[in-house]
Design a protein around this ligand. Structure first.
Ligand code: NAP
Length: 282
């Protein structure tokens, strides 16, 4: 079985980003991302640290804007509006999960579409569904880029995506459809997930349950992409039971070292695209 490692792709993306960021600096454009957080969530904080390290490596400044846990919706909107107007910021990321009382669906409306590098504003969601993706959630994009990088054929392939969240399952399914795959989406109300995944050439799993997909749920030689990141007593685990899946699959993305390795690089790439677009001709 082949392991679909993310690191070689992440390194290639970072090298290209360094070149693009140098070109921007040559025009006195200093690419910058606003990372807006509300309260301290450990997962969001870990991601922020990764972003800061990744940004430093490719020449993108990450401006950490932290609001207190009890910040009102109005205060968060004011910050998003301010960042949307600030010409020294090219991208805006609203870190999640948010404290319970805040309505994420409402807040993302206030991220200006040209700065919405994580593709959560309804305008960018609409473009994706229209088959004209511009900014796309980085985990979903990482799934497709990883498949492409490892030359897994998507056109005509039967793909099952397990999970339909707005940040992973849905956008991944939309991107796969744009690649001419035949896509089925499974979720909690799906009658028999295994019956679907056993018929698929490619299975993408994003459910948030360690060891969810087992070897008896896939066909011989299938490609399995594991988007899961679960904290278990034994450490980080994906949504795939790697031991049993490895005996049946033809290819599997490891956790850690697969999808998650690529997401930050793609988000940073989007910041450069945003900076280039916003400063073109200026
Ligand atoms: P989420 O918002 O909780 O969504 C989980 C999805 O899985 C839902 O659509 C849910 O169905 C479905 N699901 C849950 N249990 C199921 C079951 N027994 N059978 C079928 N479907 C089931 O999670 P998420 O944000 O998409 O994250 C999914 C995983 O990806 C997590 O492990 C998360 O840590 C990881 N993740 C990774 C990255 C990365 O950078 N690699 C980024 C974000 C998330 P319903 O819609 O019916 O509830």
């Amino acid at each position: 079985m082949r392991l679909l490692h993310g690191r070689p792709l992440a390194e290639r993306l970072a090298a290209r980003s360094r070149e693009r960021s140098r070109a921007l600096l040559g025009r006195d454009v200093h690419p910058a991302l606003a990372a807006i957080s509300v309260g301290i969530d450990p997962a969001a904080n870990t991601y922020l640290q990764r972003l800061v390290r990744g940004g430093k490596a490719v020449g993108i400044a990450i401006r950490d804007i932290s609001l207190p846990r009890d910040a009102t919706e109005r205060a968060v909107i004011a910050e998003l509006d301010r960042a949307s107007r600030d010409r020294s910021l090219h991208g805006i990321l609203l870190l999640t999960p948010l404290p319970g009382k805040l309505d994420e669906g409402h807040l993302v409306d206030h991220i200006a579409a040209p700065k919405d590098v994580e593709g959560v504003n309804p305008y960018n969601v609409g473009l994706l569904l229209d088959g004209r993706p511009q900014f796309v959630p980085s985990t979903a994009e990482a799934i497709i880029e990883l498949l492409r990088f490892h030359e897994i054929r998507l056109a005509g392939a039967d793909v099952v995506v397990v999970g339909r969240s707005t940040v992973v399952g849905r956008p991944a399914a939309a991107l796969l459809l744009s690649e001419d795959a035949t896509v089925t989406i499974a979720h909690k109300s799906t009658n028999d997930v295994g019956a679907l995944t056993r018929r698929a050439a490619i299975v993408v799993v994003a459910v948030g349950r360690a060891g969810f997909l087992t070897g008896d749920m896939i066909s011989q030689g299938a490609t399995v992409i594991d988007a899961g990141i679960n904290m278990t007593p034994a450490g980080i685990a994906g949504d795939v039971d790697a031991d049993s899946v490895a005996t049946v699959a033809g290819a599997l993305s490891p956790v850690p070292g697969g999808v998650g390795t690529v997401t930050t690089a793609l988000l940073l790439r989007n910041v450069l695209t945003a900076a280039e677009t916003q400063t073109a001709g200026g």
